[in-house]
Design a protein around this ligand. Structure first.
Ligand code: KMH
Ligand code: ZN
Length: 445
């Protein structure tokens, strides 16, 4: 996997009077780029054990003036790791400034309740292969300091790099990431990283949660690796997941092609917080994934009886319209949660136009996400995140991190989506926040 994705560093500095370059004590934009250079260097040292070189900025935006006396917090996050290149997103925020009110002392200054973003940039650094001294990642330094260090620090102690979730841009629209960790079709022959036992599923769910997933889309497998919808196996997997992590568990009611509807509904006896509702029949590769209109209605009723929230799997535009019929018939409650499943061979193929059109068909207040198959997963995930939707990644839909490079489980795919989202300033929500957004009663958790 691409170690280093999502790695985040923050520096905080006071801009001195000697930095003021223009009228009104205004500071040169280059001073902020200098801070980004220092942030980038620390990121490279943590990842590669080398200072590396800054190669290019792809974009720089100056958004608010910086003046002498301002305290600037500069954050960088690694969003892409190539063989020698490391792409980073940067943000600088003003957190303290002089008041500059003639009625007050010239030394009067305020700490802001909300930081002001002064600059954003995206840039690429390079560490030549022969200078890389990996693995160097010093993760403990990125989280809160340990108790021994805290005891030695003067109070208050705000200067240690804060954990990533408090240093990203404030949310514009919160993002729910779902990890589809196993599915029904992928086998160990496709990838050795597929979780199969309840313990493996729980370990992977916890890794995905740590990487940013709030929801786990869950299938289970028999001991021989074949797909199952057995209540007992789901119960065991859910129990193990619950021991390790607080994710929302969304069980499949799709199962595998060829299963009867009754068989597919096995997990509902576990009363999961969420369950999928497949909204139509499609060619599924060379098979047919059958969801007749009466089946869909029967499954919708059973999901409701289980007290679960339905996620509406739409593999075609018409499936959205079917879901809207169910809403009218009273079989679903608003707000609806759509998953646009794109790229199943035999069904609709992914593209921006398709996503925009599908989005245009859902009612106001409904949420939407994209789950795209195979090589479409990454670009469609990024598109959905850019457009304000939610996203699902994971081995069920795609086993590769890059062309020809297997992802070591679903967590690296989640981490990459999360890093991309952070680079755009989207807040990645934790399971509890996702429960509120999805209307899941917290008592069921
Ligand atoms: N395995 C597919 C045939 C769902 O989980 O609800 C169906 C599926 C959808 O995976
Ligand atoms: Zn599934």
């Amino acid at each position: 996997m691409s170690i280093g994705l999502g790695l985040t560093v923050t520096l905080r500095v006071r801009i001195g009077a000697h930095d003021a370059h223009y009228a009104g004590e205004l500071v040169d934009g280059a001073r902020i780029l200098g801070l980004f250079g220092d942030v980038a260097t620390e990121l490279l040292i943590r990842l590669d054990g080398d200072e590396g070189l800054f190669r290019a900025y792809e974009a720089v935006e100056f958004l608010a003036p910086v003046r002498a006396g301002d305290y600037i917090e500069a954050t960088g996050v690694i969003t892409k790791v190539g063989n020698t290149s490391r792409t980073m997103a940067f943000e600088a925020r003003k957190v303290v400034a002089n008041v500059r009110d003639p009625a007050l002392s010239p030394s009067a200054a305020d700490a802001f309740a909300e930081p002001v973003v002064v600059c954003r940039a995206i840039g690429t650094c390079v560490v030549p292969k022969d200078l890389q001294r990996r693995p160097r990642l010093v993760l403990p330094a990125l989280s809160s300091p340990g108790p021994e260090l805290v005891a030695k620090l003067p109070e208050p102690r705000p200067i240690i790099t804060p954990p990533p979730h408090v240093i990203v841009t404030p949310p514009e629209s919160p993002l729910v990431l779902t990890a589809a960790i196993v599915g029904a079709e992928v086998t160990r022959a496709h990838t050795p990283y597929l979780p199969i036992t309840a313990q493996e599923l729980a370990d992977e769910a916890a890794r995905c949660r740590d990487a940013g997933a709030a929801v786990i889309h869950l299938h289970v497998r028999n001991a021989d690796g074949t797909a199952s919808q057995s209540t007992e196996l789901f119960g065991e997997a859910i129990g193990r997941i619950r021991e390790k992590t607080d994710v929302i568990i969304q069980t499949s009611t799709g199962g595998a092609v060829g299963m009867s509807v009754e068989e597919r509904l096995g997990p509902l006896a576990c009363k999961p917080e969420m369950a999928t509702l497949n909204c139509g029949t499609i060619n599924f590769g060379d098979d047919i994934f059958v969801n007749t209109r009466p089946d869909i209605r029967a499954i919708a009723r059973r999901i409701r009886e289980a007290g679960s929230i339905a996620e509406l799997e739409c593999y075609e535009v018409g499936h959205i319209h079917e879901a809207l019929s169910l809403l009218k018939e009273g079989l679903l409650g608003a707000p609806l949660h759509f998953q646009f499943v794109l790229g199943v061979p035999g069904a609709i193929m992914p593209s921006e136009e398709v996503v925009l059109f599908m989005r245009s068909q859902i009612p106001a207040g409904a949420s939407w996400a994209v789950a795209a198959v195979g090589r479409y997963q990454r670009p469609m995930t990024e598109l959905a995140i850019k457009l304000g939707g939610h996203a699902r990644v994971g081995l069920e839909d795609n086993i590769y991190l890059e062309k020809g490079v297997l992802s070591e489980g679903s967590a690296p795919l989640v981490a990459r989506a999360a890093a991309y989202a952070r680079s755009l300033g989207r807040e990645i929500v934790d399971p509890d926040r996702a429960r509120v957004l999805l209307g899941i009663p917290t008592t069921a958790a």
